[in-house]
Design a protein around this ligand. Structure first.
Ligand code: GDP
Length: 455
């Protein structure tokens, strides 16, 4: 593809002070570019050589480095690839890169090493996306789900479905060839069976999206309640106990703030809606656009109140929601025990009532465990199975499903086999978009721009 040729070089470790840094060079001229800069080059692929690195223009010594050679096609990119491990810091890697650029390498674009790995068939697009997921993973569980993707297991499942559909489309198309010879080659039940199996498999994958998204992007948990209920205090109490990843991400208009925490390896995203307009009425609060949006996208709802007599109404409200929820009765340090007990009696299996004190730090860590229990029970957060974690994949699966539903309808209506085959081919195309068998340069740009330079 234009603009993506040549030999590229970039720093693959983070910029700045560090023990060592690794500069990578990949492309047809990688060896030729480096040779005059070093006194020794690894004699064979997959070997490392300790050598001084010079600027061949003026003979200036830059650093003692270790050069590792990965020969095409057995390298990350599938091309000749050399890794130069040098001392870290700002200057040495920059000087080495300067020499490499002067000798004809060009600076790598973001994700270009991985893009080449994809182009050269070292990995499919879902695996390339998994590489970015691994680098950006904030918790152990999101890392694990990225690993499943990196193993190519999603691509293999998609290939199975594709096979099924290819057989169906081919049968239909062969039938067309013979149609004027009156040979009965198409068994509609056989075609229907393949379409149904394809649909079932696609629907199963699509159903895994909720779990995949929670593991990958985190569970979204708004803390909703009237002013003074203790939303901010609760969030602060939680942050004191938890491994905070990033703190105080302001919502678009600072109507709420987002805090990301790592709880037992799961990413939880808590939203404090304290900035929302004051209102006395809970139902009105739930109706506000900002809260509505947060609640619509929520994976679990945390309703908080300081009044035990409000618990029945909150419980009834949660009852009407599809997602799990938890009612937090706050300020129990100054509530009569009797009232707390009555409030707790409104607990339902996936809508428990939980009594805490945010400022006195009572039951906060138990609350967090309960939240995780609820999420695990409702979403079956299993990191071992293949699941859909990217909206892009989900959208293509949806397109494949639509095309197959249309194929099934065409079959039911006794339409000509060529129409049915066309729909099936369309479904296959949608699956190919996921793995990258057919993907436009714009989509590739979008995906690889998520990467940093040097990956
Ligand atoms: P928000 O408007 O819902 O964010 O409520 P805040 O977190 O600002 O809390 C409102 C008031 O209640 C503050 O004065 C807090 O110190 C107080 N508060 C919050 N939690 C507790 C608690 O568990 N016990 C007591 N006694 N006071 C609390």
């Amino acid at each position: 593809m234009a603009g993506y040729e040549g030999t590229i070089a970039a720093l693959s470790t983070p910029e700045g002070v560090g023990g060592i840094a690794v500069v990578r060079v990949s492309g047809p001229d990688a060896l030729h570019i480096i040779k005059p800069c070093v006194s020794r080059i690894p004699p064979k692929a997959l070997q490392a050589t300790f050598t001084p690195f010079f600027n061949p223009e003026d003979g200036h010594f830059i650093d003692d480095v270790i050069v590792t050679f990965f020969k095409s096609p057995r390298s990350y990119t599938g091309e000749d690839l050399l890794e130069i491990s040098c001392h870290g810091g700002r200057i040495i890697p920059a000087l080495i890169l300067e020499v490499l650029y002067a000798r004809g390498a060009r600076p790598a674009l973001p994700g270009e090493f991985t893009r080449r790995a994809f182009i050269n068939g070292k990995m499919d697009l879902t695996q390339a996306e998994a590489v970015a997921d691994m680098i950006h993973a904030e918790t152990e569980k999101s890392l694990k789900s990225a690993r499943v993707l990196l193993q190519g297991r999603l691509a293999r499942e998609l290939e199975e479905i594709r096979h099924l559909l290819l057989d169906a489309a081919s049968l239909l198309e062969i039938g067309l060839d013979f149609s004027d010879q009156d040979i009965e080659t198409i068994d509609p039940e056989d075609i229907r069976d393949r379409i149904e199996r394809g649909l079932t498999h696609i629907s199963d994958l699509m159903a895994s999206y909720q779990t995949g998204r929670i593991l990958h992007d985190g569970a979204r948990i708004p803390i909703v309640g009237k002013p003074n209920a203790g939303k901010s205090s609760l969030l602060n109490a939680i942050l004191k106990e938890e491994r905070v990843i990033t703190s105080d991400i302001p919502g678009t208009t600072r109507d709420y703030i987002e805090e990301r925490i790592n709880h037992s390896g799961y990413l939880l995203r808590l939203y404090d809606t304290a900035g929302l307009r004051d209102t006395r009425d809970f139902i009105e609060l739930a109706g506000l656009e900002k809260t509505k949006k947060l609640m619509k996208d929520a994976d679990l709802m945390l309703m908080i109140t300081e009044f035990p007599n409000e618990v029945p109404a909150l419980s009834a409200f949660l009852e009407g929601q599809e997602i799990p929820g938890l009612i937090v009765l706050n300020k129990i340090d100054r509530l009569p025990e009797e009232d707390v007990r009555t409030a707790l009696s409104y607990t339902k299996p996936d809508r428990p009532v939980f009594a805490v004190s945010a400022t006195k730090d009572i039951h906060i860590s138990a609350l967090m465990d309960r939240i995780l229990d609820l999420l695990q029970n409702h979403y079956v957060l299993n990191t071992e199975s293949v699941m859909i974690s990217h909206l892009r994949h989900q959208n293509h699966l949806n397109a494949a499903k639509k095309a197959l539903l249309s194929a099934r309808q065409a079959l039911d209506e006794g339409m000509s086999p060529e129409f049915i085959a066309l729909d099936i081919r369309e479904a296959m195309g949608a699956l190919d978009d996921i793995t990258g068998k057919t993907t436009s340069p714009e989509v590739l740009n979008h995906i690889f721009n998520r990467f940093c330079i040097g990956k």
